[in-house]
Ligand binder design. Structure first.
Ligand code: COA
Length: 564
């Protein structure tokens, strides 16, 4: 079928559906919801059999939904309606929730239902629930709905299905405002979780209006006046609640053009006078048998200069241990997304900070590649993008969770050339013949495709919850194999051969030469793209790589899937 996605942006759910439907032989093209005329033009150009709206913030134009079936993915159970479905589910502490695929009609979220799924709610921030439970449910429901359409099935009204329609208004800041004197820790955390990553909870810190993000329960801290800052740890500041405390990892000043940054970065002076405490460790190392697990969970997978340096320090310690295998375990929502673009944007000289950040990233990637005394595995349970994908590929093996999405390209960030030794790693693992089309296609990639192109070695077919345990078992089994010693020796020989053919330093110098031009050169594209990304500037047109109906010449039409 020809399927047009009409979406506000090509977000994680849209990317996952794009991959899943493409893998099933559907021809998928994407148009951003910019205005009605653009959407209508896309329909005329592409002539889709159906339209899917995985992430849309307003109604589909009547002329479109009257002309063909439009499936809307609503992150709520049958009967639920409104623009803040998941926010309400978290705030109201629902025990379970759902996803409904309904047909667009006049009234929002009120059309007949083609498919739906329910899931158990997890104690997690909104974006994490969206990236896992909502996404998995939506993929199943959309596939079921399309299957029914193909077979000539019919949708059912919500009331016919026994549901009582409930419309919940868009959540306002007052609905989740924290009352520090009355709210207990659970309530504070729920309120912030319901607003994670956008819009955050409006509040005050040190007399300044801010939006709070990235909150965690704090333990072992002395009691304090509810709402006051009582400690610091890494980038986070702890605030007392009436029955404990919470760590606030990131805040955004309530000012025009302010961006989300670590709390201690925004309140650097105020944080200085706070006592240091043990908070949420971003980096954590543990061992089981002859396997070392190096865990790193950076907010949004963004790896700033200091984060890379700390991880390198932890890596060196881990590499010095008498283990046979090290597993690099990144975040379960975002494994890693490369340079920390927010910190770069906030720096006095973004160009200099970009340079420092990429060098710190390269130091880390190089240390991983040069570790020859053991096998290194990247266990990728969360999505990864840009430099994060190549940091993962610096390991000998990449074990990728089945539903994870990779974006193994840099060019969307203002034609950024990229580093992290991708010019060494990509040809080596994917084959020279695939390098150009992976880099140029700029498309999200699912696990099957990543494995077929050498970007992953194993697909771990578990949900989010089962991934860590599965990886643990696989790593212990691997390290216990009789041939592990021979594998380590073979790896060392291959590294020596590669080094003799072309030293890593040469790859690094060539990549960084291009990156220097991206950062300090005449062309400002990277700086503009980063600014727009960080400030969430809405796109004024859909990139041609995904708006396939707008590709005018054959050479512009992505052929990756046909060729793979
Ligand atoms: N630095 C800082 N923040 C980043 C980031 C980065 N490298 N990558 C992602 N984020 C943030 C986003 O701003 C967003 O923040 P929010 O919490 O305010 O919503 C959050 O992480 C999720 O990102 P989003 O873009 O919504 O996720 P997605 O699943 O739709 O898309 C990517 C994933 C990887 C395609 C996209 O995030 C991306 O292009 N990131 C930049 C990658 C990059 O160019 N890195 C620098 C070069 S190495």
């Amino acid at each position: 079928m020809r399927i047009l996605f009409l979406c506000h942006s090509f977000n994680s759910l849209s990317q996952r559906l794009f991959v899943e439907l493409g893998a099933r032989g559907h021809e998928v093209s994407v148009e951003f919801d910019i205005n009605d005329a653009v959407a209508l033009e896309a329909v005329e150009l592409f002539e889709p059999n159906i339209i899917v709206a995985p992430f849309l913030k307003r109604a589909i134009p009547r002329a479109i939904w009257e002309s063909r079936i439009c499936l809307v993915v609503h992150p709520g159970p049958v009967g639920d309606g409104g623009p803040s479905a998941l926010d309400w589910a978290i705030l109201n502490a629902e025990a379970d929730w759902g996803v409904t695929v309904l047909q667009a009609q006049d009234a929002l979220d009120a059309g007949p239902v083609w498919a739906h799924r329910r899931f158990i709610m997890r104690d997690a921030p909104k974006s994490s629930l969206y990236r896992h439970e909502v996404t998995e449910a939506a993929v199943e429901a959309v596939l079921e709905a399309i299957g029914k359409i193909v077979q000539g099935g019919k949708p059912a009204g919500a009331e016919e299905m026994g549901a009582v329609p409930v419309w919940r208004k868009g959540m306002q800041q007052k609905d989740r405002a924290i009352d520090w004197t009355h709210d207990d820790t659970d309530t504070v955390l729920r309120k912030i979780a319901s607003a994670d990553g956008v819009p955050g909870v409006r509040d005050e810190m040190f007399g300044e209006a801010v939006y709070l993000h990235d909150a965690h329960r704090a333990g072992g801290l002395p009691a304090g006046q509810p709402g006051t800052a009582i400690a610091r740890s890494g980038g986070a500041i702890a605030r007392a609640t009436r029955d404990g405390a919470v760590w606030i990892g990131h805040v955004r000043m309530a000012k025009v053009k302010a961006i989300k940054l670590p709390a201690t970065h925004v309140f650097a002076v105020e944080a200085e006078s706070l006592p240091q405490a043990d908070g949420q460790a971003e980096i954590h190392y543990e061992e089981a048998g002859s396997v070392g697990f190096l865990n790193f969970r950076f907010h949004n997978g963004a790896m700033g200069t200091e984060a890379c340096q700390l991880l390198l320090e932890a890596w060196r310690k881990a590499a010095a241990r008498p283990t046979r295998l090290i597993v690099l375990c990144g975040g379960s929502d975002h494994w890693a997304n490369g340079l920390n673009l927010n910190l770069i944007e906030a720096a006095a000289s973004p160009a200099d900070e970009s340079w420092a950040n990429i060098n710190a990233m390269d130091d880390l990637a190089e240390a991983v590649i040069r570790t020859t005394g053991k096998i290194v595995v990247s266990a990728v349970g969360g999505n990864a993008g840009a430099g994060g994908v190549f940091l993962a590929r610096a390991a000998d093996e990449v074990w990728l969770r089945k539903g994870a999405i990779l974006n193994p390209h840099y060019k969307d960030m203002g034609n950024l050339y990229g580093s992290e030794f991708w010019t060494y790693l990509l040809p080596r693992h994917a084959g020279t013949e695939n390098v150009e089309r992976i880099a140029a296609a700029r498309l999200p990639m699912g696990a099957e495709e990543a494995a077929s192109l050498g970007l992953a070695n194993k697909i771990v077919d578990t949900g989010r919850g089962g991934f860590d345990a599965a990886v643990r078992g696989m790593a212990l089994e691997f390290a216990g194999r009789p041939e592990i010693g021979a594998l380590i020796e073979a790896k060392a020989r291959r590294r020596a051969d590669d080094e003799a053919a072309k030293p890593l330093a040469a790859y690094r110098a060539e990549e960084l030469d291009r990156m220097r031009r991206n950062f300090h050169g005449f062309d400002p594209s990277y700086h503009i793209a980063r600014h727009n990304f960080v400030h969430k500037v809405a796109k004024s047109r859909t990139p041609i790589t995904i708006a396939r109906h707008r590709a005018t010449t054959r050479s512009m039409q992505p052929e990756r899937r046909a060729a793979s």
